[in-house]
Design a protein around this ligand. Structure first.
Ligand SMILES: Cc1cc2nc3c(=O)[nH]c(=O)nc-3n(C[C@H](O)[C@H](O)[C@H](O)COP(=O)(O)O)c2cc1C
Length: 169
């Protein structure tokens, strides 16, 4: 799959608007992810295009500053009322996040994962910002836009044969 190879974290964006059709595709890709139990996946998504809210997202923590340049941000949250295996909620969410990033690469968008869970103060910040009920846990923010000039998704060989073990470690 070409998208797996060319996906890169892209942190600067042009002013070009991300089309709603593409946002829909991102969400559909995220929800196709492997989950710990079919029908009980915890994922839900808060799509943010409003500039003021994007600015507030960028103030979550130092690592979130770049979100201020995003055209759209998607906040991934877990609805713990729905989940069947609560202990693996972050694994479910990570699978959805990776699918979303791969779809962004496929659609020639730039995107990056902004680390949030399990850092409590970042989670609290988002819970307060969106007035989330206590059974909904913020997982991460994905910052999205068309890549700024000079940036693109492109292949970088990350394969390392020393990390592969056959039959025994
Ligand atoms: C759990 C996780 C948290 C991350 N948090 C951040 C972050 O807060 N800010 C950021 O710029 N990139 C973040 N990233 C992106 C990584 O820095 C990036 O994937 C890594 O540098 C490899 O680069 P690549 O995505 O281009 O392969 C995060 C990625 C993961 C998987």
């Amino acid at each position: 799959m070409e998208e797996i190879n060319k996906r890169r974290s892209i942190r600067k964006y042009s002013n070009k608007e991300v089309e709603d059709k593409k946002i829909d595709k991102l969400l559909r890709a995220a929800m196709q992810a492997a989950g710990s139990r079919l029908g009980s996946e915890p994922w839900e998504f808060i799509v943010v295009k409003d500039k003021d809210t994007i600015e507030k997202l960028s103030q979550m923590s130092p690592n979130a500053k770049l979100v201020s340049g995003a055209n759209v941000a998607i906040v991934l949250v877990a609805n713990m009322d729905r989940v069947h295996y609560p202990k693996v909620w972050q694994q479910d969410m990570a699978a959805a996040a990776q699918n979303l990033l791969l779809e962004a690469s496929y659609l020639d968008l730039g995107a990056v994962w902004i680390g949030t869970a399990p850092i409590q103060e970042r989670m609290d910040y988002l819970s307060k910002l969106f007035d989330l009920p206590e059974y909904v846990r913020p997982f991460n923010i994905i910052s999205i836009g068309y890549p700024a000039e000079g940036l693109e998704n492109k292949f970088l060989d990350k394969y390392d044969e020393t990390r592969v073990h056959y039959e025994k470690y």
